[in-house]
Ligand binder design. Structure first.
Ligand SMILES: CC(C)(COP(=O)(O)OP(=O)(O)OC[C@H]1O[C@@H](n2cnc3c(N)ncnc32)[C@H](O)[C@@H]1OP(=O)(O)O)[C@@H](O)C(=O)NCCC(=O)NCCSC(=O)CCC(=O)c1ccccc1C(=O)O
Length: 339
């Protein structure tokens, strides 16, 4: 962004018409400050060329950058959570799931996977939750993949393993945002890739280590990666097992944005809050559609499920059911055959 444009945006942000005095709007503070952070979402809709707030800014107003007030969910059902911290933001529809094994760089063991699965299930079923953050405890690692000390001959897949967790995140009809500080490597790298968005701190490091430790993911971990970064790059990442910093990761399309470590949660919350303003059904169907393009029959099934859910909410859908219950022929004549 040019210095002049940045100034315009800053002016627009401070303009009296901006109802958001005190709270920052969705425009990244890092963009306004000209820091090294880079964001794919430009500030364009928030200020017009003359520096005044656009109608978009006037209508939608500001997104709060305030910290969330987290309420901890210590147990799900009868089970205490030991490997994962599960929290919900008070008064807003955000859940946060934190892998809590920092002494192991948040490597997951079967128990971790099981708890993650419960938390994702709860967040999916909670109608108040509209966006889910997945992260790792501490600043050194998001997740370093499968705990190699407990890896058995059968891997983790048979015990609610990562393969199933990936599918669960893909199928979850709400956006999941990976909030990455430090290492996201091995299975941890795959976890962030299957999330819908990735916000990274400037200390984040990305890569696959599988071929070094006798492991690989021939599912989403390779095929979805190729969709994100292209075939050549995906082969480089897997075959050479190099590590990439956050800016390199953003350049290659692995992640959405990079922010200073101290602002990681603030920025992630802003992205979640922006999404929460939008139609949940639109986001849900878009996620299913974007997945369907690469998920074959399973993806179409998911998209089809959404179509049915919407149709059941319509008058036309209800007419069929009602007619059956009333033992009369359905009258579909009143419904237009739209072009
Ligand atoms: C992440 C590192 C680069 C961080 O390096 P550094 O900051 O120097 O910290 P360390 O001193 O190395 O680590 C601190 C502490 O943590 C332990 N640890 C870290 N990662 C792991 C791990 N993955 N498993 C077990 N333990 C781990 C480390 O040993 C230290 O403990 P001490 O007791 O203090 O010694 C670096 O740590 C690193 O490279 N880690 C390993 C990364 C890795 O190779 N991960 C595994 C990739 S393969 C994978 O994830 C399998 C996925 C999987 O399970 C799967 C997926 C799909 C289908 C099947 C399977 C399957 O069953 O295998």
């Amino acid at each position: 962004m040019s210095a002049e444009r940045r100034l315009q945006v800053l002016r627009a942000h401070l303009a009296p018409g901006d109802s958001s005095a005190g709270a920052c709007h969705a425009l990244s503070r890092h963009d306004t400050a000209g820091a090294s952070a880079s964001s794919s979402g430009s500030a364009a809709p928030y200020a017009s060329a003359d520096g005044k707030p656009t109608s978009y800014a006037r209508v939608h107003g500001a997104v709060s950058r305030e910290p969330a007030r987290w309420r901890r969910v210590a147990s799900l059902g009868k089970e205490e959570l030991t490997d994962v911290i599960y929290e919900k933001a008070v008064g807003e529809g955000i859940a946060k799931i934190t892998i809590n094994r920092p002494e192991k760089r948040n490597a997951f063991r079967p128990r971790t996977i099981q708890e993650l699965s419960w938390c994702f299930g709860d967040a999916r079923d909670d109608p108040e939750v509209g966006a889910i953050i997945l992260t790792g405890a501490g600043t050194l690692a998001f997740c370093s993949g499968g705990d190699q000390a407990v890896r058995g001959k059968g891997g983790y897949v048979g015990e609610d393993g990562i393969a199933r967790l990936n599918v669960q995140i893909r199928r979850l009809p709400k956006p999941v945002v990976a909030m990455v500080a430090g290492y996201a490597v091995g299975g941890g790298h795959i976890l962030h890739m299957v999330c819908d968005l990735t916000i990274a701190a400037d200390n984040a490091v990305f890569g696959q280590t599988g071929p070094k430790v006798g492991s690989f993911d021939a599912g989403y971990g390779s095929t979805h990666m190729a969709r994100l970064v292209g075939q050549k790059k995906a082969r480089e990442i897997w075959f050479l097992c190099r590590l990439y910093d956050a800016h390199e990761a953003r350049e290659m399309g692995l992640i959405n944005t990079v922010v200073p470590l101290a602002q990681l949660e603030e920025e992630t919350l802003v992205w979640c809050r922006e999404m929460l303003r939008n139609s949940p059904t639109a986001l849900r169907v878009l996620k299913a559609a974007l997945n369907a393009a690469e998920d074959g029959q399973a993806g179409i099934q998911e998209l089809g499920g959404n179509a049915t859910m919407l149709f059941y909410q319509s008058e036309e859908g209800n007419e069929g059911r009602q007619a059956y219950l009333e033992k009369r022929p359905p009258d579909f004549t009143k419904f237009k055959r739209l072009p």
